[in-house]
Design a protein around this ligand. Sequence first.
Ligand code: HEM
Length: 522
Amino acid sequence: MIPTYQVVLAGGTVLYVGFFLVQTIWTSYKNRQKALALSCKPAHVAPSGPFGLFAFYEVSQAVKNKTWLPWIETQFRKHGNTFIRPVLGRSIIMTSEPENVKALLATQFSDFGLGNRYEHFLPLLGDGIFTLDGNGWSHSRALLRPQFSREQVADIHQLDEHVGHLLTHIPTDGSAFDIQELFFRLTLDSSTEFLFGESVNSLVNSSYTNSGVPVKSINGQMGFEDAFNLSQDYLAARTRAQSLYWLINPKAFRDANRICHQLVDYYVNMALDPKANKDFKSTQERDRYIFLEALVKDIRDPKLLRDQLLNILIAGRDTTASLLSSVFYSLAHNPKVWAKLRNEVVSKFGTIKEPKEEITFSSLKDVTYLRYVLDEALRMYPPVPLNARTALKDTTIPVGGGPNGASPIFIPKGITVSYSVWAMHRRTDLWGPDAAKFVPERWEGGKMRGWQYVPFNGGPRICLGQQYALTEAGFVTVKLLQTFENIENADPRLGDPLINTNVTMSHENGVHIKLLSGSKAQ
Ligand code: HEM
């Protein structure tokens, strides 16, 4: 005799599975009808095993081996520039097609949102420009946009001090060092100064910031630099876990978030009540622009201030460090490009010992080859190599359907379209047979710009800090070219670099180079 509860359980399970199957079949029938009405055709489905388990395994392996980006590139070669990838029972549309990227980011902007990004990033970033959709986002954007005006961005003299600190870490005897590590500290120092009015000075040997949070981990206490990096690792893991993100919330993550919040809250409280804080120094006293001081004129809620500041710190710090690292990686592997660039820089600005013209926002723009080098590094190593948007309603994307991939595809509400900037920037049909090579000259005449090149995204959510980032990267590159005559790659590993893909990308093994001046530069 079978117990009653077992009969009820078995019956319930059969009913649930039956309902699920009927619903799936019905939804897919309805979607096919809608697709037909919109002249859409189905996209190629990449074989991914039952419930997309094989695909999930392959992705996990590629992430572990730091070959995720090239792996995605080979998937596009195998399955076409737009295809469907089932992963863990969900279908994701993958694309490297400029037409589709344009639709997601610009022409059909209001059809798509950030999906679960808000929930993934909430514990560290709260409600800010980078995490919000809809009204919350447009309000944030309107509020923050004026802080990125030309006048503010052009104020580059604060960078000089931080580049000076960076130079003290470069071996003077021409021995090898990892410049990427220094760039990550440099951009942490410069962006905290720009945002809070006071730098955490991670390139200087100080232990504690005024907030009481150590700069680097010390005596078992986690420092801000480590906390900020660790939090971002967890944000990336939560993003990869998609709707199971809530499973990833360990104590280490919560501790790291608390430390980041503690540091930012210190500056926020000071700016909200400057008279009560003797440490506070205004923009006038410091003779430099302070983002937070401008922001407290509009926002008085300490939590919202903290959120917006952290949103900008995350958007601006690692991306710029990533760009600088890729520039120096590429220069070290292309000595002719270094020589040509140095020639142009020195003839305009002189050397560090015999300077000529002052380096300013506009004088930097006169060195066109510098812009080509930055553009080419952003093409080959886009700091945000992968991104995604999720349909807010039933909609379409323009290409990828049908046997030749030329028809639109139907995108039901809730489906995610993932676009690979990395793969699109390396397509030989778009960039020529030398797409995998670092060739700054390809930018001559400016004919390559368009939706095939989106390192800063495009449309209404285009990066707010683009000019700031290009100015900082240009300034730092010029200073190093003025100081050193030659560069050498010091990494014996052959082949393409391994790439660590977090929220942004970085070089897994660092960027090991030698910088040589005077008699050592032979
Ligand atoms: C080379 C450096 C940089 C690159 C490649 C870059 C790239 C990007 C990209 C791809 C996005 C779009 C993200 C998305 O919507 O999914 C973005 C957004 C953003 N970036 Fe940048 N960024 C850089 C530097 C900066 C800097 C230095 C700042 C600020 C100081 C900054 C501030 C922002 C902000 C506030 C957003 C959000 C815009 C919005 O959603 O309306 N970025 N950036």
